[in-house]
Design a protein around this ligand. Structure first.
Ligand code: GLY
Ligand code: MN
Ligand code: MN
Length: 456
């Protein structure tokens, strides 16, 4: 069913190299002092029911610095004889466990194939870390991920109380390393862009597969299965966030989850779905008519959103504040809604954050960073000022209009009743302007009408 799509996908990129991980580690360590210790924990495994677990996904910071994806792991870094050493505590090899739960790289695998100086058994993490912490001045540790490590850090501080008083040594402060790592993650390397481009290509083709399947006599769950089926067929790990597939009035619910309704002919279906590849997210939204042809009112709204999206993308240039795309999108949306008579205020009034009419129909932001997390890390307002866009940053551009006739808080114009439209692409800020990573996903009215309901 997916062969033809797969044939045009293109090659998977090379994984991120050990050298790149080592360079990331060294860049982080260069901000530390000699007596600092870094601790990074894997996420806990979470239970679906009884003895069934949710699919495992580790902490993005650990992934960013090591590429290590296994549960029950702790990375730490200390200075030893003048150089920083990366330690990784992992589940040791265990034939019986591996028969039941799957293969483990173990200590040998970790040292051989990952950017790690010393691998240890996770069973030794407490005794080894207590020693490492005994001479530390600062501990970089994010509390709240692995409670046993939180307890260890707290008890190592307590243990050193007397020594600290006498000698001034021992862990004296605990700091969260997240912001330091976030600053690094905000600027994507060429190798990261390659992973994101592959996630974007797979996601674009998956959206096309759903469009080609079409909405006639289809259900939201069937369209979801086409999209997510292609994510796995193409070799990604699956979705990077739960897919949103909402038709008709469901398209006007921003984070609609059920995905179980039949699509009604003549409605617009909104699909917000993206794949995760080697930890990196794509995030695409497309909105298209279930029967392949936009009605006039749908066309009017769609074109306004598309114009707003293109105006916002054009603002993704180095030197602009990260708020520039949002401002551009809001302006085009408001102008469009004034033109079709939905907004009765002046442009300036319509854009007012408290009393403007635009927020009745467009109530979310236009962008978020994207990378290892779909809503990726990076402070938006460092020192209270909007972040300046720089080459290597990646963000989504996702304006929309939502005319929910079911809403008691607004008078929905009958002409646009229950039409929800969002158009979302992932943008790399390039040296000379925006690069649309998700460019393979069609979005003009003509392109969409030529694809929906037409199998390859
Ligand atoms: N899919 C979530 C978002 O667009 O932010
Ligand atoms: Mn998004
Ligand atoms: Mn999205």
């Amino acid at each position: 069913m997916f062969e033809k799509m797969f044939a045009v996908l293109g090659k998977m990129p090379e994984p991120i190299s050990i050298d790149e991980y080592t360079a990331r580690q060294n860049q982080l360590y260069s901000t530390f002092e000699e007596s600092d210790v870094l601790i990074l924990c894997s996420s806990p495994e979470t239970i679906h029911s009884n003895d069934v677990h949710h699919p495992y996904r580790t902490q993005s910071n650990l992934l960013y610095l090591t590429g290590w994806t296994e549960p029950e792991s702790v990375m730490c870094a200390t200075m030893s004889s003048g150089t920083w050493k990366t330690h990784l505590f992992v589940q040791p090899k265990d034939t019986l466990k591996e028969i039941w739960e799957g293969r483990r790289p173990g200590l040998e695998g970790a040292e051989k194939d990952w950017p790690v100086d010393h691998a240890h058994s996770i069973e030794e993490v407490e005794s080894t870390l207590i020693d490492m912490l005994s001479n530390a001045n600062r501990v970089f540790h994010r509390m709240g991920i692995m409670s046993s490590m939180d307890d260890l850090v707290v008890s190592s501080i307590k243990n050193r109380d007397r020594a600290r008083q006498r000698l001034g040594t021992g862990p004296i402060s605990v700091e969260d390393p997240s912001n330091k790592i976030a600053e690094m993650r905000l600027i994507k390397s060429d190798a990261e862009i390659e992973q994101m481009k592959f996630a974007s290509d797979v996601s674009s083709l998956a959206h096309i597969a759903a469009m080609r399947h079409g909405g006639k006599n289809a259900t939201e769950n069937q369209l979801q299965s086409v999209i997510e089926g292609f994510f796995r067929y193409a070799g990604t790990s699956g979705w990077s966030y739960p897919s949103i597939v909402g038709s008709g009035e469901n398209a006007t619910i921003l984070h609609y989850k059920e995905n179980n309704s039949p699509c009604t002919n003549g409605d617009v279906v909104l699909i917000d779905a993206g794949a995760e590849f080697r930890g990196y997210a794509a995030d695409i939204t497309r909105s298209w008519p279930t029967d392949g042809t936009f009605t006039e009112p749908q066309k009017e709204l769609y074109q306004i959103v598309l114009d707003a999206q293109i105006a916002a993308i054009n603002e993704c240039v180095p030197g602009n504040p990260y708020t520039a795309p949002h401002e551009a999108a809001r302006k085009v949306l408001a102008e469009g809604l004034i033109k079709i008579g939905v907004i009765t205020q002046t442009l300036k009034e319509a854009l007012d954050s408290k009393s403007g009419q635009l927020k009745d129909w467009y109530m979310h932001n236009t962008s978020h960073w994207i990378g290892l997390d779909v809503h990726d890390v990076g402070i938006y307002l460092p020192n209270g000022e909007p972040r300046t866009l720089q080459p290597g940053m990646c963000l989504t551009i996702e304006p929309g209009l939502y005319f929910g006739a079911w809403r008691p808080d607004v008078d929905c114009p009958v002409r646009y009743s229950n039409i929800g439209i969002r158009i979302e692409d992932d943008i790399l800020v390039g040296e000379t302007g925006p690069i649309v990573l998700t460019e393979r996903c069609p979005k003009t009215i003509t392109e969409i009408e030529s694809i929906v309901g037409k199998p390859v």
